[in-house]
Ligand binder design. Structure first.
Ligand SMILES: Cc1cc2nc3c(=O)[nH]c(=O)nc-3n(C[C@H](O)[C@H](O)[C@H](O)COP(=O)(O)O)c2cc1C
Length: 181
């Protein structure tokens, strides 16, 4: 098995997972900004990681837009975000629907890990966006389940990354045969 981990990370949590996964698989982890689609040709397993921003997995189009070229490889995508892992309904509906169109999920196995959001580290546009979202949601008289979740997310402030969370992904990749995701 020849594997590669590619990541796009603004605040470092997706990069931390990329390093842990690469270490566990004894392979390289590369920043997506240094990777072109042609560079992936020699690998039979491609693992892509991106932080979640407004439910979009940063940079995941490198995989989803090039699926025809990558279909024969074992494809894994992981996202990092602050959505609590027990909010699977939120994750499955919004994130999967938004990022994976058509039958792409029959070729890609997706994992979600907790990331970090340290408010004092956020860029000004990000801090402003979080504040505006919070204000908007707090103004709701009868917030829906989804709106309550968003308020909870805006209040998250900390590093929730967990090295042990990579176990299932690593086990999936180590299971040598290419199977339907
Ligand atoms: C503007 C903004 C939007 C975000 N949107 C989401 C989101 O939709 N879902 C989620 O779970 N986390 C969201 N987050 C949290 C980030 O996904 C989280 O901080 C992640 O760990 C960032 O990855 P990185 O450290 O690799 O950049 C958002 C954070 C910011 C600043």
């Amino acid at each position: 098995m020849k594997a590669i981990v590619i990541y796009k990370s603004k605040y470092g949590s997706t990069k931390a997972y990329a390093r842990w996964i690469a270490e566990a698989l004894s392979c390289e982890a590369l920043d997506a900004k240094n990777v072109k689609i042609e560079d992936l040709a020699p690998y039979d397993t491609v693992i892509y990681g991106g932080g979640l921003y407004a439910e979009v997995i940063a940079g995941v189009s490198l995989i989803t837009k090039n699926l025809e070229r990558l279909k024969d490889k074992k494809l894994v995508v992981y996202s990092t975000g602050i959505t609590p892992l027990d909010c699977r309904d939120y994750y499955d509906k919004l994130v999967l629907e938004k990022n994976f169109k058509g039958d792409s999920l029959s070729y890609i196995k997706v994992f979600n890990f907790l990331g970090k959001m340290v408010l004092s580290e956020l860029s000004l546009p990000h801090r402003t966006a979080i504040r505006a979202l919070k204000k908007l949601m707090r103004g709701k008289e009868k917030p829906t389940k989804m709106e309550k979740l968003l308020i909870e997310l805006c209040d998250a402030d900390g590093d929730f990354t967990d090295k042990n969370a990579i176990f299932d992904l690593v086990a999936y990749v180590n299971n040598q045969t290419k199977q339907q995701a």
